[in-house]
Every structure is written in C-alpha cells, then in structure tokens.
Design a protein around this ligand. Structure first.
Ligand SMILES: Cc1ncc(COP(=O)(O)O)c(C=O)c1O
Length: 460
C-alpha cells in the first residue's frame, strides 16, 4: 500500500499525524451521529478521506489511493482543481446566494454553457440540487406536456433515490421502495453479454430489443405513455454501451407514438464517455436531458434538466408547477461555469475519449484475456465495467445480482490494499477515473487491478 510517512504533509497542508488524529475523531462522530445512504447502519465501516488532489485521495491512515471511482462517478475533472476551487471562493466572496426567482450572472452563464453543449435545440435549463430531482422534474414536464401519465424505463438502470426516481429505477434498490402504481412500466434493454433476446450479435440484440419495446408499448396502450427514460449508457447497472442503432430506434418509436424521450445523463454526461453528453456518441437528440454529478465535478451539488424548445414552449403561458429553493444556486452555478471552462480549456473531453480508445480500453481487454475471472470488459471514454464471473462458459457472476460474495470482497480489498479505489457493484468493478487522468496513472491502476484479479483467479 502507498503509505505516507508520518512526517509528510498532505496536499491540503495537514501533517499526516494531525490528519490521523482528525480522522479518528471524524470516524467516531460519524459512527455515533451520521446515518448513511443505502446501508445497514451497524454493518458499515466508512472510509475516512482526509485529503485529495487530482486523481488521488488520502484515507484516514494517511494511505494514498488512486481514485478509479470518481467517488460516485462524479469527480470528472479530478479532485481540488485549482480553477474550480478559486471560482467557488470568488463567488462566495461576491454573492453567496439569491432566491431562484431572481436572475444571477453565475446561473445565466452556467445555463448558456450547458445549453451550448447539448445536442439539438435543448436551449432552456431548469436547475435542481442533484440527479434524482432532475429526473422527477423531467418526468413531470413530460407528463404535463403530453397530458399522459405512464413512463417506460429499463431494467438494469438507476435514476435516483426520490419516489418517482426510485420507482423508475431498474435495480434492487427499488424493491423496498416499490409502489407498483407509480405509473412505471419496465422493459429489458440491449445487453448482449446477458441477452434477454437470445441474440448472438449486437445487431440482433438491437433489432430484437427494439421490436420487443414497440410491442410492449402497443400492449400497454401506446397513447398512455408520457415518456421513455433511459440512461444513454447505463452506469451503475453495468456500463452497457448500447449497440449501434438502438438509441436511434428508440427515438423513432418515441416520435411514432408521441412519447417524450428523456436521456438520463446524470452519470454519463459531462465528458465521461468522451463526448459532452453520452448520447452524442450515437447521433441522437432526446427531448429532455437530465444531468448532475460531472456538471460541477461534484464540488458543489447541482443537477438539472435541459429542455427542448417544444417542451419549454408548453410552459410559456402556463406556469410550470414545480420549483426548488436552491434552483440555480450561485455557488453551484459558479462551480459549473468553472468546471465546464476547465474541461474545455484543458481538452478533458478529448482526453477521456483517447484514454478510452488507446489506454484504458486496450489495457482492460488485456486483463480480460489474461484472467479467468473476467467475463467481459466494456465501456468507452473513462467509463468502463469489468464483469467478474465464477465461470467464463456459464457466465455465472462472481457475486449474485443484488449481492456481494467473499471472492468479490477479496478482490476489492486487494485493490485498496495496493492503493486503488475502484467503484464496485455486485459482480462488477468499474474503472471510472477522472476525464483528465494521465496515461501513467491509468497504467498504475491497471497494474494494481491485474494483481487483484489474480486473487479472484486463485479463488476459482
Ligand atoms: C443515471 C443516474 N440518474 C440519477 C441519479 C441520481 O442522482 P443523485 O444521487 O444526485 O440524486 C444517479 C446517481 O447515481 C444516476 O447515476
């Protein structure tokens, strides 16, 4: 493990000794008073993070870890980017806050920069505090625009933790929150490695998934659907890059039946796939885009909905019945402006694309060829999944859907032991570093992952 000497100083100026003392107190208070997301409270041991810089974080013991998790896949420009830190400080000194009904320069500029990067005519931006509320509002806009209620969303998806968003979600986090009557109809999307359509190639998978979706819509009553929501590239559910033609086919179905197409880009947006928005890899323009996470690299919470001219016009002379106290908060919007400008000025979106095609993608494919425990690697840009299996022939996952396993836990422990912080979900490890990661940092991450996969191979 990459430990830091006691005498060393962390990037935030803390000595390792002081950081350790602070971390011990932090941990104690956390366990006494903090109630964590998605967890059985008595069973968790949260990692304390005391410092971060670029692609690295330091834990409470002073260990330096290469961040391949983007935390929750949101630090798209890495940690503590000086231009964004300075912009937040400058905005705090200038004007910390205003109510959403007033106009504010940071919000106006953030809206312009975002709208300019969306495909098509998505020229209006409604700001929210994060991703789930962006999804809630996108669905509400679609329902009011169409006068319909039902919404289609795919299995193997995540759309957020609030009521509508969690009911739209197609993963096990929905089960304890499922109202069944929330107006959601789930469908299987394309995922060739675990095909629901007995397909043997991407073209078949795409064609059959589209045929099935259209039939489902007809059987459910085509005129009852307000929207289809789908992650342009599903993230937490497994980074299943859609096959060529699939998203264009969904767009056609939406047009045919008057259904609003919502692209959830909360995780895949803002450079992660090597484009500003993931849907731009597929040449498709949705009606609404939800975003959050990478828009500020997570430095200040912000989310939003980019709205087509047609849907925005619905609310020209009719009040939009929704809002938030902190919609377009100046500190968050200043962080968004600085993040987008830093990404643009430093060529981070292009770097993410190159890293995916020339460094991380090939490196992960080499690991797949070498290790028996790897069933498939897939992804693009800095958005990759390594699917671990107990058996390459049967494709039995190394941990069950919705669960973990000792083998998976040992791989993850080995990664951390050797200085790598990956993102993990069920039987998958996701390599989702910052868009500005360097080739050397990727090589370092791949070396540690290689050694950790040996542990899983040995367990088979
Ligand atoms: C695709 C997608 N949509 C929505 C959300 C919810 O975002 P938030 O946690 O900011 O509410 C997430 C979070 O991971 C996500 O990945």
């Amino acid at each position: 493990m990459t430990t830091t000497q006691d005498t060393a100083t962390l990037p935030n100026g803390l000595s390792v000794e002081d950081a350790r003392a602070e971390a011990a107190r932090t941990y104690e208070l956390d366990r006494t008073h903090v109630f964590h997301s998605w967890s059985a409270q008595a069973q968790i041991k949260p990692m304390t993070i005391v410092a971060s810089d670029g692609s690295y974080v330091w834990d409470g013991d002073g260990n330096k870890l290469l961040d391949f998790s983007g935390q929750l896949v949101f630090t798209n420009i890495g940690h503590q980017h000086p231009k964004v830190v300075a912009a937040i400080q400058a905005q705090a000194a200038k004007l910390c806050t205003v109510a959403p009904q007033h106009a504010n320069d940071a919000r106006s500029e953030a809206a312009r920069l975002i709208a300019e990067r969306t495909p098509g005519e998505l020229n209006k931006i409604f700001f929210t505090n994060g991703g789930a509320d962006a999804v809630e509002h996108a669905v509400r806009m679609a329902r009011l625009h169409t006068g319909r209620y039902k919404v289609l969303s795919r299995y193997r998806s995540y759309h957020g933790g609030t009521d509508t968003a969690i009911n739209l979600t197609g993963d096990p986090r929905r089960y304890p929150n499922d109202y069944a009557s929330a107006g959601v109809v789930h469908f299987n999307g394309p995922f060739l490695y675990r095909s629901s359509f007995h397909a043997e190639n991407e073209q078949q998978e795409s064609d059959r998934a589209l045929e099935y979706l259209e039939r489902l819509i007809q059987h459910e009553g085509a005129s009852s659907f307000a929207a289809i929501i789908l992650e342009s590239v599903p993230g937490t559910a497994g980074i299943m890059v859609p096959p060529p033609g699939y998203l264009a086919g969904v767009r056609e179905i939406c047009d045919k039946y008057g259904i609003v197409m919502i692209a959830d880009e909360v995780m895949a947006g803002f450079g992660r796939t090597g484009e500003w928005f993931a849907i731009q890899n597929f040449g498709v323009t949705p009606d609404l885009i939800t975003f959050a996470k990478g828009v500020t690299s997570g430095y200040v919470p912000l989310g939003g909905v980019a709205i087509s001219s047609e849907i925005a016009a619905t609310f020209d002379d009719r009040a939009y019945p929704g809002g938030l106290t902190y919609s377009g908060h100046p500190l968050a919007c200043a962080a968004a402006v600085a993040t987008i400008n830093a990404m643009e000025d430093e060529g981070m979106v292009a770097n993410a694309k190159r890293i995916g095609s020339d460094v991380l993608g090939p490196g992960l494919r080499d690991l797949a060829a070498k290790h028996r425990c790897v069933g498939e690697v897939r992804g693009l840009g800095v958005f990759w999944a390594v699917e671990l299996v107990a058996d390459q022939q049967t494709r039995e996952p190394l941990a069950p859907y919705g669960g973990s396993s000792p083998a998976m836990n040992s791989v993850l422990a080995e990664c951390k032991q050797n200085g790598l912080l990956p993102f993990a979900n069920f039987n998958r490890i996701h390599a989702v570093p910052a868009c500005n990661i360097t080739d050397d940092e990727v090589a370092e991450g791949l070396r540690i992952l290689d050694a950790a996969l040996d542990v899983a191979d040995a367990a088979l």
